[in-house]
Unconditional design. Sequence first.
Length: 183
Amino acid sequence: MIMAEHTELRPNRFTTWSFALLTGYIVENHHNYIRAAAPVIAGHLAAVVHDHGAAHPELRKVQTVFAAVVDDLNQHMWKEENILFPYMRDMVAARHEGRAPMPAPFASVSMPVARMMADHEQADDELAQIRDLTRGYVVPGDACETYRACLGALEEFEHDLHEHVHLENTILFPRAVAFEQED
Ligand SMILES: [Fe+2]
Ligand SMILES: [Fe+2]
């Protein structure tokens, strides 16, 4: 119930936040969550593949896809944190200060935004593969505690990515594109 209330309240609250606050929140809350959760899940997966891989051969595939999505997300977050988010914050500061925004390797913010949205789709597809491989994160009858924890953590990881992508795709990115066009 608490989760449902939060998801309903959040979009309204976030639409009033500055670029600095919103990008800071995304990094602190979602990017840092990925950085903290990924090695824990990878560790669970290694143990579960070792103990249950023979009875559940799909676990090895889950491990491979998870490593791929983490690699993709690390590169993606690097681009957001080092190029796109600083550019968005500077775009606002530059408007206030009456100067041109910082030099950027793109002609319009809509270009990196489109690339980031394509990355989001790719990560979403990879996590959907994991959902399918685990039949919706259903815990098998022969699972140990680590297996159970691993599936729970994978489900949480997908849920967090959905919230994260929702914030960027529907609030942050459209606002940045609109702000640039107001110029
Ligand atoms: Fe992000
Ligand atoms: Fe993103």
